[in-house]
Write a protein that binds this ligand. Structure first.
Ligand code: NAP
Ligand code: MG
Length: 401
């Protein structure tokens, strides 16, 4: 008997190798076990072009309506893609479009398996990074300043009154930068992080540089503290989890000494840099999951990697590729588990758990795709193609191993 669903998942199909793997995952690992209900949106580049990218906006609106979406990797068009697909125009990144509708924070977590040890020996559990995705240097303005010039920061209020402060009197040539953020965006970021901590039962760390940046970074620290006290402290305490703020330099040192198993909320630039550090230190980009969580509680799950174009061209020539499907499987399990929680279908959440375990155990028993084969420390290991990997995971899921 297949597991029944109540509410459909919003299914956002994508491009290239991940689109091929998407079908295989559904066929081999989900449809035999779940009476899958989805509302399907084809975000493949051809259909985005055909619909003038309306399909992307519609899929994001559907995510808002139903609450849970699962997304395949998609091509972000550049000049080469415009030519390759004869596009009407260079459409925006679908992720940016979806984020603009949902207004969320992206959380990235490594999938850890035995045999692929993190470079940092003390890490026993995954570390999730939450990166604030608005403002700071990503929306900054910059100017060069010549020797003899004076740079000032000026704010003109709605009545025309000016507040100004000297940045620097330039005795020699130099550069100037002006950046901003918004209280509302910082607050939404803080709530997304606290909600994630509650959902996953993990501590939340937030780091910035308020000792030096006494107004700017301090505002972040204050907003986090205020929202925590007023809206979250009681729930955190009843779950036995903690929130704490620390300086970014102290956070870096603590992260390296830690056992892992917490959420690290980072400002935009810190999150950009630290997420690459963490994914590399944990082993592989192909083992990184990603979920966008909006402040009003919409969840969109995907893999952190792209469409694996090089493998797709090999596949088009008829070759069997050894592309790692695990992060894409985990996008599906993340979405199914969340649907199970929201709709009170414990069997569905339990199935998601079992499917994740089946994938992890397959790798831990030595059957893996080439990317993992190259870094696994297991002595008896075999590199297999994507289909064989999925078949092995399916056999394990059925209990035939
Ligand atoms: P990519 O698809 O992440 O792949 C880069 C390389 O990483 C691959 O060539 C492969 O290395 C390795 N790799 C990534 N995922 C793998 C997996 N699951 N299994 C095995 N190896 C894996 O990045 P890209 O080639 O730079 O980008 C391709 C397209 O993806 C672009 O059009 C880009 O716009 C899009 N993209 C989409 C998203 C998204 O939708 N979230 C994110 C990033 C990029 P080897 O070739 O050495 O085997
Ligand atoms: Mg980066």
């Amino acid at each position: 008997m297949r597991i029944e669903m109540k509410t459909p998942l919003v299914e956002m199909d994508g491009d290239e190798m991940t689109r091929v793997i998407w079908q295989m995952i559904k066929e081999k690992l989900i449809l035999p076990f779940v009476d899958l209900k989805t509302e399907y949106y084809d975000l493949g580049l051809a259909n985005r072009d055909k619909t003038d990218d309306k399909v992307t906006v519609e899929s994001a609106c559907a995510a808002k309506k139903y609450g849970v979406a699962v997304k395949c990797a998609t091509i972000t068009p550049n000049a080469a893609r415009v030519k390759e697909y004869s596009l009407k125009q260079m459409w925006k990144s679908p992720n940016a479009t979806v984020r603009a509708v949902l207004d969320g924070t992206v959380f990235r977590t490594p999938i850890t398996v035995k045999g692929i040890e993190p470079y940092v020996k003390s890490w026993k559990k995954p570390i999730t990074i939450a990166r604030h995705a608005y403002g700071d240097i990503y929306k900054a303005v910059e100017l060069k300043a010549e020797a003899g010039s004076k740079a000032e920061l000026v704010i003109t209020d709605k009545f025309g009154n000016e507040t100004r402060t000297l940045i620097h009197q330039f005795g020699a040539d130099g550069v100037v930068q002006g950046m901003h953020n918004l209280d509302g965006s910082i607050a939404a970021f803080a709530r997304s992080c606290f909600n994630y901590g509650i959902d996953c039962g993990v501590d939340v760390w937030f780091s910035a540089k308020d000792t030096i940046s006494k107004t700017y970074d301090h505002r972040f620290k204050d907003i986090f503290a205020e929202i925590y006290e007023n809206e979250y402290r009681t729930r955190f305490e009843s779950l036995g989890i903690n929130y704490f703020y620390t300086l970014i330099d102290d956070a870096v040192a603590r992260v390296i000494r830690s056992e892992g198993g917490f959420l690290w909320a980072c400002k935009n630039y810190d999150g950009d840099v630290m997420s690459d550090m963490l994914s590399t230190a944990f082993g592989s980009l192909a083992m990184m999951t990603s979920v966008l969580i909006s402040p009003d509680g919409v969840y969109e799950y995907e893999a952190a990697h792209g469409t694996v174009q090089r493998h797709y061209y090999a596949w088009l020539k008829g070759e069997k590729t050894s592309t790692n499907p695990i992060a894409t499987v985990f996008a599906w399990t993340g979405a199914l588990r969340k649907r199970g929680e929201l709709d009170s279908i414990p069997e569905l959440s339990a199935f998601a758990e079992k499917l994740e375990r089946a994938c992890v155990e397959t790798v831990e028993c030595g059957i893996m795709t080439k990317d993992l084969y190259a870094i696994s420390s297991l002595e008896n290991k075999t590199a297999v193609n994507t289909e064989d990997f999925l078949d092995s995971a399916a056999a394990r899921l059925r209990g035939n191993v």
